[in-house]
Design a protein around this ligand. Sequence first.
Ligand SMILES: Cc1cc2nc3c(=O)[nH]c(=O)nc-3n(C[C@H](O)[C@H](O)[C@H](O)COP(=O)(O)OP(=O)(O)OC[C@H]3O[C@@H](n4cnc5c(N)ncnc54)[C@H](O)[C@@H]3O)c2cc1C
Length: 430
Amino acid sequence: MVDSPLDAPIDVLVIGAGPAGAAAAALLHRAGRTVRIVEKQRFPRFVIGESLLPHCMDVLDAAGLLPAVEARGYLVKRGALFYRGSDRCSFDFGDAFTPGWGWTWQVPRADFDKTLADATEAMGVPIHYGHEVVSARFEGSPEVEVSDEQGRVHHLRPKFVVDASGYGRVLPRLLGLDEPSHLPKRQALFTHLTGDRRPPGQDEGRIWICIHPGQDGALGVGQAWLWIIPFSNGVTSVGAVSTPDFFDVFPGDPEQKLRAILRAEPAARDRLSDGAFEFEPRVLSGYSASVKRLHGPGYCLVGNATEFLDPVFSSGVTLALESAHRASGLVLRELAGDAPDWKVEYADHMMRGIDVFRTFVTRWYDGALPAIFFAEGKTPEISKQICSVLAGYVWDADNPFVRDHARRVELLAKLARSGRRDGFVATPIA
Ligand SMILES: Cc1cc2nc3c(=O)[nH]c(=O)nc-3n(C[C@H](O)[C@H](O)[C@H](O)COP(=O)(O)OP(=O)(O)OC[C@H]3O[C@@H](n4cnc5c(N)ncnc54)[C@H](O)[C@@H]3O)c2cc1C
């Protein structure tokens, strides 16, 4: 419950109480700054993006949010399993090349986001739900207009604004920073279901990513893939991702379409064919987005308000939390009178990690990465290095798959496609 007036003086206004906003606010508050969050919706609210990566744990820990999440008893995720027909490729985060967390959680986001927001509020950060940022100006000191549920408009004058508005993209829209993504338009069709026949023991919590055979029966890379994300409450999130025309071919309503897609993929069929859908499958499309810049005088963008690539490697919340962590450090320095170099210390840093995922995403859809994943000649060293990227450690320049991601993937895909079976990682890259 908020008992602090909206127009009381503050250092930082955070727009949005998703993972990026909660983490940024918690970090700033713990460093002694007065912070306030305005959130358009009421929590709990549904949002997609339910599989975390181990690097998330570093930021949740730094923000003091880990104990609250731990108390929710979410299902532990120790790795990922990729399927292509009868081919199977498994990654265990405990084997990752980069030292760090060897596990994380699968999180129903309505509950997870409320948990983070409540823990942030309990630290002393007021959150004003049902309050929407409608305008912002940054000539001189920041001026922000917030509309409440009664339509009243409040004028706020924080010293700094952190935009964590996710798909709302508040400052990108208001300041004309939006830029189209260069990734092809893709669509997701997803639901939650019960009755999932899960693998037993520690394998239960892994994410499954299954390449869909495609309508022509070929194991068509780049056509479609499925996610299977199990939760501790017995519910499982399932979704299919492809270009919009892929879905048009399947007849019927969204449930009939999704069921037909699940039936056609053997691993998903074995697990999910008896499942009961919790809600009519929802469609999301055109979610990839980009921006001209991540910061300006008096503001910065964090989380999905910046760039969102693609769901395939579950990178969204990890990038959201990393950006919140990195940006809040610079906000603190700026408020202390320092002049951080936002381009070098924030934008360039974030882009380094985003570019690693961008290579993985584009090379997933063109088949290069599946060729490596399912190759028999992969050494344990290659698997460890790939595993680190899949765990979100995309800033570890000691990892060749980070340092030289584009060339590394290209070369190894060539070797994998050539059918070599003799430890092709040994091939040096200049
Ligand atoms: C199909 C699909 C699957 C995905 N799967 C995964 C996955 O498995 N793992 C993963 O890590 N990521 C995944 N993602 C990405 C994930 O959804 C996002 O990266 C993540 O939610 C970003 O968090 P955030 O805090 O930046 O934004 P959000 O969680 O979107 O929070 C932003 C908040 O800002 C509020 N807001 C918006 N506008 C305003 C306004 N004007 N004023 C005030 N508040 C406002 C919103 O109400 C919202 O609560 C997936 C995305 C898609 C599309």
